[in-house]
Design a protein around this ligand. Structure first.
Ligand code: ACO
Length: 336
């Protein structure tokens, strides 16, 4: 794998607002016990998940994202017309096309923006952040709205105990702005993928390879299929690698990191990544127990929660790390 360079000195890009939205309906482990052959102890011991949020049938991914985006705009004290770019990281778009980002644009009234989606599964929010950063830091635009949003319940097979216990719905959003604060804001990214393992985690039906048909429905091909053990082993290695590399190349020791905001697929994967860096557990932002794995929305909601619920101070370091289908993985370093 090629090592991408550390970001060069460019125009600083900072987060000026954050928001998130989680559906009200809670699906507990006890509820799942009634649906498939599973039990609360197995789920909590193997994953760390206690419950997850499930969107109502009439809500699509963009509806979750619009609520998160409105909350981020309010937090930033900005109007939607001020947004130049909207990027939505998602693998559960409202439709094959148009993009979910365009539905969000319509929903919030961001008539001066251009909008598109990024598909990198659970790494989608970090990929989206880095994409927005490139436009901003090269002076192409001034403001961007970056969202991670998923309605994973729409592609979850509630007859498959291997996967249905893992996933939930939600959306997180941040607003990025060009600033004058040299050395602050988004200061580094590492982005990686390995397409050799595309088959480990997929929704095989509904795309151009297997268009929707009676057969794809009969074979439940419109739901997530996952090789859990392979993904688990890969994820531990990838998460450790990206966490340690981004800290090392920015000369940061574990004690320098204020918050690690990891993708929330499995508590054991998070703990392995943080232990590789020697990070104290109190510095890890966990929301897996409440929300399960929300794919691109996990790191987006996590980042928004950390920003909103903590009194972040100047010079605090926030480290986002994620992995997902593809396989994709990566990290983003923010200096507050
Ligand atoms: N309840 C009870 N038993 C279960 C359940 C369940 N919900 N699910 C699986 N089991 C059983 C299995 O059938 C297996 O039984 P067997 O030994 O008789 O075959 C046993 O439990 C152990 O299965 P393992 O797969 O070895 O369990 P493991 O400890 O690996 O945990 C898990 C499974 C939680 C899925 C783990 O492998 C994991 O977290 N993998 C990574 C998942 C992940 O990160 N996915 C990312 C998706 S994000 C995206 O990009 C969309």
């Amino acid at each position: 794998m090629k090592n991408l360079p550390k970001l060069d000195k460019q125009i600083p890009v900072e987060i000026v607002g954050a928001g998130y939205y989680l559906p009200e309906r809670i699906l507990t482990n006890a509820d799942l016990e009634k649906m498939v052959d599973t039990d609360h102890n197995w789920i909590t011991e193997r994953t760390g998940i206690h419950e997850r949020r499930i969107a109502s049938p009439e809500m699509a991914t963009s509806d979750l994202a619009i609520l998160a985006a409105k909350s981020a705009l309010e937090n930033a004290k900005m109007e939607a017309e001020e947004i130049d770019l909207i990027i939505c990281g998602t693998i559960t778009p409202d439709m094959q096309y148009p993009s979910t980002a365009c539905f969000i644009q319509k929903g919030i009234g961001a008539r001066n923006a251009f909008a598109f989606d990024v598909s990198a599964a659970c790494t989608g929010f970090i990929y989206a952040l880095s994409t927005a950063y490139m436009y901003l830091s090269n002076d192409y635009i001034k403001t961007a709205l970056v969202i991670g949003a998923e309605k994973l319940s729409s592609v979850t097979d509630y007859e498959d105990r291997n996967t249905c216990v893992l996933f939930g719905d939600g959306a997180g959003a941040v607003i990025l702005k060009r600033t004058e604060n040299e050395g602050y804001g988004l200061i580094d990214f590492i982005l990686e993928s390995d397409g050799r393992n595309v088959g480990w985690l997929e929704v095989p039906g509904g795309g151009s390879r297997n268009p929707a048909s009676e057969e794809t429905i009969d074979q439940r091909m419109h739901f997530t299929k996952m090789k859990g053990r392979e993904v688990f082993k890969f994820a531990v290695t990838a998460m450790k690698r990206t966490t340690v590399r981004i800290a090392e190349r920015n000369n940061l020791a574990a004690e320098d990191i204020t918050w690690l905001i990891p993708h929330q697929a499995n508590k054991r994967i998070i703990d392995a990544a943080s232990q590789a860096l020697g990070l104290d557990q109190s510095k890890i932002h966990y929301n897996i127990q409440k929300y399960g794995n929300m794919s691109a929305a996990s790191t987006a909601v996590g980042l928004a929660e950390v920003i909103i619920n903590n009194d972040l101070k100047k010079d605090d370091y926030l480290l986002l790390v994620a992995f997902g289908a593809g396989m994709t993985w990566g990290s983003a370093l923010i200096k507050w």
